[in-house]
Each structure stands twice: as structure tokens, then as C-alpha cells.
Design a protein around this ligand. Structure first.
Ligand SMILES: *Cc1c(COP(=O)(O)O)cnc(C)c1O
Length: 499
């Protein structure tokens, strides 16, 4: 098989193959990973000292030397892919680099050791971090009020639609439906349904955007809101956004923006200025806090003044004495959506990122993210089908139409990409593109890394023509190859047990 793999970057294959054949179990009786100083106090019998609490059975801990333990965990860390290893082009997820300065700041003693029950007078620093982050996010989004409580994007959506419901209810009618385009992230319809709304599925136009005439007909006095992702999940900016907002507002409905794709807008344009009433942000996407297994998420919700009274309590406010305080006296609030104040450690990291970049840096970040996506688009559109020709923003969506002629689908290409040392792109999403390959490089990648990725994708396209089997059976270099993905997700085995 060796000749098939020519062209794979060496950096990738080395760690994946070197441990083949080693057994997982390394413990052997009598090995020690520690050395204790000689006893300098009188020895006592632990059984006599501890009485009934003295354990009668050995704890059966593995017995290993120090280097075996170090190698074990270091090796395990290389069996997973990470942004710290290379490009992670998982479209819609904005898997950008998590800057080390964020981690440094979040570990400062006064911040890391702050306690949620600390009295306000002794928590002014923490409250100032929250206040300043809120101010920055309001400036970035052009909105007027904000909560940092939600723990993720989907949780932010839920909070935002609760605000919309409370707003309509306060006016005497909660309304019945939420309109959601067919290009939306699955969390959008789930959110609307959880908030008790009926979901009206709305078909995208041939450019992947909103058909404004059709929308004008679809919006009624029963419409609570439209949930719109902008740029959409195919990476296209909604040019008619002002008209869309006007259509909704004319019927008393609200415009909710799924702000997961803010990495394409930050520093360039502001949702608050183009008619959005309420939106969420993903600090773990746009604002560089760790994503997925790397840490808890954070999904602040920003809104216009009309929704302010309904925000979750408490809110951070500056009192007349100049001190910051937490205001729980919010009679119209939808209530708490999260214990304490949200994932505070993520606020620190996001604020560090925003301040380290500054306004010009954030704008540059957006421009680089868009440039990188368009570089990939230009370098791959002759080999992969581009279903929507509308200009791309921060991500580009191809389809597997040409490759399916040889029996290869988007999922197979993604698996083969793992052999080339890259995390797969997003597979089969958005649903409006059959066989989608959704690629979001983010601004983190250098020209050299983008070129490696492009070369890998082009090489795979050649393999599909010449030797589809190698793609259909990929990945070849991982610990396990094709898994039962449903069982792996539903019943994951996360623990090794001695047989
Ligand atoms: C990531 C994403 C979400 C959900 O965010 P989570 O933090 O994963 O809950 C919602 N909408 C879009 C468009 C997204 O990309």
C-alpha cells in the first residue's frame, strides 16, 4: 500500500504509526513512579492509627515508572486531533487558535481563585471583567443590552427566544410561530420548539439567501420571530437584511440572529445597525475560548432596549456610588438560565482576546478569515463542485457531486483527510447542499498550512479518480478506522478497564 500514500506530510505519519503493536497495559508489580525522602518521624502502624477506616484491600493502582506514565499520557494526547496540531477546518464551528495569553490571564491568582459567593465589595475586579466584556460585545454587535449567562450557543438561542416570548407576552400575546430558513443549524428549530413555538420551515432562494417576497407573505401577526444566521450556513451574507428586518417589524415580529458566524462580521458591520433585535454570540467560536472537550462554552445574548427588562437576573450594574453590583431586582426577567453568572473563566479569556487584538486587530482577523476561506475556494473549485457561486465570507461549502460518480461521498473524503493530517471539515451540513463539504479555515492558518490542506484535498480528488478504494477504506493511519458512529456517540466507552 505504501506507494498510495506518497505526498503525505511526514510530520503527520510519524506519531501515528510508531506505537503499533504496543499493548495498552503497562503495569508490572513493584514499579514506582515516585521516590520519597527518608522518614524523619517515628513510624506508626497505619491500621492502629486509622482503625476501621483503614482499607483492607489494596487499591489496585497501576504500577509504573515515571517515564512510562509520561509516555502513556503524551501518546494518548496524540491520538486525538487538536488545533494545536494543525488546521481544524470544521465549518460553522470556527475552530481558531486559543491564544496562550488568554490562558495566562485566566490563571492569575485573583481571577482563578475568585469565589462566586465573594461579597460584591470584594469582587469588584471580577465584576469589572464582566462589565468591560459586556461593553466590548455591545460595541461589536451594535446592541443595547446583554447577558453573559448562557453556557453555549444553543443555550443562548434558547435564552434569546425566551426573551422574545416574554416580550410578546408582556404585550398580551405570545404569538405562535417562529420562521426558520432551511439552511439553519439544527439547534434553531430545536430552540423554537423548546420555547413552545411552532416552527415554520422557510425555503432558501437559489443564492442560498432569503426570498424577500416569499418572506413578506409568510410573516403574519402570529409570527413571534425569524431566526436567521448571517452570514448563512453556506457562508453567504444576507444582502437584503434591512428589508427582512422591516418586513418583520411591520408585523410586530422580531429578528433573531444566530451569531455563530460573527467571525465574518466582527469589526466590519454590526447586527444592531442592520435591524437585528436579539442575537447570541459564541465566545468559543469568534472570541477564541476553548471549544468542545477543551472547556465549557459561553453564549452571551445581546438585544435591543425593548428586550432589556426580560434579561436573566442578575445583571451587572454600576451603582450611584461608582461601585459595581449585581441587580436581582428584575420583576419582568425570564429568570436565571445558569448557576451564578455564567462561565466566568471564559469571560476572562474572551476579554483578553478582544483587548489583545483591539478594534483594528479584530477587523484584521475578520478580513484574514474571509481571505483564507476564499483562498481555499479559489484553489479547489476546479476539482470540487461549488453549488452556490455567491461570494463566500468566512467559510466555503462544496458538494461531493463529482466524486459520487466514483462511489465516493463527502464522509469518505473527510475520513481520508485524517490520513493527511487534518481534522475533517463539516460533513453533510448544511442540509440544503446534498453531500456538503463545509470548510472554515479561520484566520489562524498560515499560507503554508492552507497550501498543505489544498494539496491534500487535490490529492484526494485524484485518488477518487484513480483508486477510489483507498478513499473508501480510509482512514488508514489512525488507532481505529471506521467506527459505528451512532453507537460511538450514544454509548461511548470512555474508560479502560483491566480485563
Ligand atoms: C455552533 C453553532 C450553534 C450552536 O452553538 P453551540 O455553542 O454548539 O451550542 C448554533 N448555530 C450555528 C450556526 C452554529 O454554527
Amino acid at each position: 500500500m505504501a506507494e498510495t500514500f506518497v505526498g503525505i506530510p511526514k510530520k503527520v505519519t510519524a506519531h501515528l504509526t510508531q506505537n503499533e503493536g504496543l499493548s495498552f497495559e503497562k503495569s508490572a508489580p513493584g514499579k514506582k513512579g515516585y521516590r520519597l525522602a527518608p522518614l524523619d518521624v517515628p513510624e506508626v502502624d497505619p491500621a492502629a492509627l486509622l482503625g476501621a477506616s483503614y482499607r483492607s484491600l489494596n487499591a489496585q493502582l497501576p504500577e509504573l515508572s515515571e517515564i512510562e506514565i509520561i509516555r502513556h499520557f503524551t501518546r494518548l494526547s496524540t491520538w486525538n486531533y487538536a488545533i494545536d496540531l494543525g488546521m481544524y477546518p470544521l465549518g460553522s464551528c470556527t475552530m481558531k487558535y486559543n491564544p496562550r495569553v488568554n490562558e495566562f490571564v485566566s490563571r492569575l491568582e485573583g481571577i482563578a481563585d475568585a469565589h462566586p459567593y465573594q461579597p460584591e465589595a470584594l469582587a469588584q475586579g471580577s465584576l469589572e471583567i464582566m462589565r468591560l466584556l459586556q461593553e466590548c460585545l455591545l460595541e461589536i454587535t451594535g446592541m443595547e443590552a446583554i447577558t453573559l449567562q448562557p453556557a453555549a450557543g444553543a443555550h443562548g438561542e434558547f435564552t434569546g427566544i425566551l426573551l422574545a416570548r416574554a416580550y410578546h407576552q408582556a404585550k398580551g400575546n405570545a404569538r405562535k410561530t417562529v420562521i426558520i430558513p432551511d439552511s439553519a443549524h439544527g439547534t434553531n428549530p430545536a430552540t423554537a420548539a423548546m420555547c413552545g413555538y411552532e416552527v415554520v420551515n422557510f425555503k432558501s432562494n437559489p443564492e442560498g439567501g432569503i426570498d424577500v417576497e416569499a418572506l413578506a407573505k409568510a410573516v403574519t401577526e402570529d409570527t413571534a420571530a425569524l431566526m436567521l444566521t448571517n452570514p448563512s450556513t453556506i457562508g453567504v451574507f444576507e444582502n437584503e437584511i434591512h428589508r427582512i428586518a422591516d418586513i418583520l417589524h411591520a408585523k410586530g415580529a422580531l429578528l433573531y440572529m444566530d451569531g455563530a458566524n460573527m467571525n465574518a462580521l466582527c469589526g466590519k458591520t454590526r447586527p444592531g445597525d442592520f435591524g437585528v433585535d436579539v442575537m447570541h454570540l459564541n465566545l468559543h467560536k469568534t472570541f477564541s475560548t476553548p471549544h468542545g472537550g477543551g472547556g465549557p462554552g459561553s453564549g452571551p445574548v445581546a438585544c435591543k432596549k425593548i428586550l432589556d427588562p426580560f434579561l436573566p437576573a442578575p445583571v451587572v450594574e454600576r451603582g450611584s456610588d461608582g461601585h459595581l453590583r449585581l441587580n436581582y431586582d428584575r420583576p419582568q426577567s425570564v429568570g436565571r438560565v445558569r448557576a451564578f453568572y455564567g462561565n466566568f473563566g471564559m469571560f476572562v479569556r474572551a476579554l483578553a482576546y478582544i483587548l489583545a487584538n483591539g478594534p483594528d486587530g479584530l477587523r484584521q482577523t475578520t478580513e484574514d478569515a474571509v481571505l483564507n476561506a476564499n483562498y481555499i475556494r479559489a484553489k479547489l473549485e476546479d476539482v470540487y463542485e461549488l453549488p452556490y457561486k455567491t461570494p463566500s465570507m468566512h467559510e466555503v461549502v462544496f458538494s461531493d457531486r463529482r466524486q459520487t460518480k466514483n462511489g465516493v461521498k463527502t464522509g469518505d473524503i473527510a475520513k481520508r483527510l485524517i490520513d493527511y493530517g487534518f481534522h475533517p471539515y463539516t460533513v453533510s451540513f448544511p442540509l440544503i447542499v446534498p453531500g456538503a463539504l463545509m470548510i472554515e479555515p479561520t484566520e489562524s492558518e498560515s499560507r503554508e498550512e492552507l497550501d498543505l490542506f489544498v494539496e491534500a484535498m487535490r490529492q484526494i480528488a485524484r485518488e477518487v479518480e484513480e483508486n477510489p478504494e483507498v478513499v473508501l477504506n480510509a482512514p488508514h493511519f489512525t488507532r481505529v478506522s471506521r467506527l459505528d458512529e451512532t453507537t460511538a456517540a450514544r454509548r461511548p466507552v470512555l474508560r479502560w478497564r483491566r480485563q
